[in-house]
Write a protein that binds this ligand. Structure first.
Ligand SMILES: [Zn+2]
Length: 425
């Protein structure tokens, strides 16, 4: 608490000299030049006094993803978060770190992360809300089953125009400063942090620990500093842009742009001209290349008397085939980790398939929020190809509200997400 007090006192006492210093030192010269920002006082208004919650993912007994060289997500994201906070404090932006040490935020801890992760994530949002944070920036690292995947990527919530604009500004800076990187921003509506945050929130995945080259770069303090600078400059760009648009809206007596509704235009499976014939099933696996990190369909001939089986038997068959992974000659990536088994599956009259997996689904998962999302929706989308299954509730060891890799809490039945499916024509 004393740390926050010092920052507040500092900014109140030195706000004018501090802002003069910004301009003199040219710390934000790039921002100023690129946005043709007219008045220095406006820049001050845009950033000064803003409160930003910085959330280093994982911590304590939850290491997050782990690189082959041993670098852990929890350590590297904490380091980047602290560097980012230092940069922001220098321009009189207040910061709140959701954790400052190697710890989780949940109280009494079960041995199994799935049982306390939700409380941990809730406390991160609570810390941001208590501090009246204007923005929430969660920092993570990614990991995929194949080492070739690389590139930092920012995720937003599709219901929040501000979240999308912030993600876009950060991604632009990350690409410009640390490229080459062809990754674009993506919606991550199922991530618990993004769907429960009460302020515009983004998740910055700073790179892939499963890629040896990127793990080595993330292990370098200079690279982490440049990553923090990229996130910082992107955030400032966003704040300045938002201030400008609100100011011009005020001046022209127009209402400021509201939360832009995004989304729409999502792909239907029928657009893929894919249709399972009698005795066939459509399964979803991970894309084949670095830039196809979406779900891609595979039509597979079902074993045995699938076409005559009842709904439950069909669903069990689909899950078993998903667990077995893409076909031998396929270039697609598996979404279910090895050592996972199906414990039980039942379908309630409301069309919800309850699928109970063994703990291998979370214990053996490679980590990373995007790969967790692909795992979840490979199951949901494959099962909802059956017309009588509307939603899917995933359970782990019989338990609802679990998590596979700590970013998505499985507390509610999930509907199909067509937006995650890549069209290959
Ligand atoms: Zn993570």
């Amino acid at each position: 608490m004393s740390r926050i007090f010092v920052v507040v006192w500092f900014s109140k006492a030195f706000v004018v000299p501090a802002l003069a210093l910004i301009v003199i030192s040219g710390l934000l010269a790039m921002t100023l030049l690129r946005t043709s920002f007219e008045a220095t006082s406006s820049l001050a208004d845009a950033v000064c006094g803003k409160v930003i919650a910085i959330d280093p993912g994982h911590g304590g007994t939850d290491p997050g993803a782990i690189g082959r060289g041993g670098l852990t997500e929890k350590d590297l994201v904490l380091d980047i978060a602290k560097r980012l906070a230092a940069l922001m404090n220098r321009v009189a932006i207040y910061t709140v770190l959701t954790r400052e040490g190697d710890r989780t935020l949940a109280g009494g801890q079960d041995a199994d992360i799935a049982y306390w992760k939700r409380e941990d994530l809730d406390k991160r949002i609570e810390a941001a809300r208590n501090a009246h944070a204007d923005l929430f920036i969660s920092i993570h690292a990614n990991s995929f089953p194949e080492p070739m995947w690389s590139g930092a990527q920012t995720f937003y919530h599709s219901k929040s125009g501000d979240s999308k604009h912030l993600a876009s500004a950060i991604q632009e800076q990350v690409v410009a400063r640390l490229g080459p990187n062809l990754r674009k921003i993506k919606p991550g509506d199922s991530y618990y942090i993004l769907r429960t945050a009460t302020m515009p929130a983004v998740i910055v995945e700073v790179g892939f620990l499963s890629n040896p080259r990127e793990e080595a770069m993330l292990g370098d303090p200079d690279y982490r500093q440049r990553m923090a600078e990229a996130i910082f400059h992107g955030t400032v760009e966003y704040l300045v842009e938002k201030y400008r648009s609100e100011k011009s809206a005020r001046e022209s007596h127009l209402k400021p742009p509201g939360e832009a509704a995004t989304g729409g235009g999502s792909l239907k499976t029928t657009d893929l001209t894919l249709r399972a014939e009698e005795g066939e099933m459509i399964l979803y696996f991970g894309g084949p290349t670095n830039f196809d990190d979406s779900l891609m369909p595979e039509i597979r001939k079902a074993p045995g008397d699938y076409s005559r089986a009842d709904l439950r038997r069909k669903a069990i068959c689909i899950v078993r085939e998903l667990i077995s992974g893409p076909a031998g000659e396929s270039v697609l990536s598996p979404t279910i980790p090895k050592g996972t088994s199906l414990r039980d599956l039942w379908i309630t009259p409301d069309g919800v398939a309850h699928v109970d997996f063994s703990s291998g689904l979370s214990k053996n998962h490679w980590g990373g929020s995007r790969s967790e999302e692909l795992t979840v929706y490979s199951i949901v989308n494959s099962l909802t190809e059956l017309p009588d299954i509307k939603k899917v509730q995933i359970l782990i060891e019989g338990r609802k509200g679990s998590t596979i890799a700590g970013h998505i809490i499985l507390d509610t039945p999930l509907g199909r997400d067509e937006g995650l499916i890549e069209a290959r024509k």
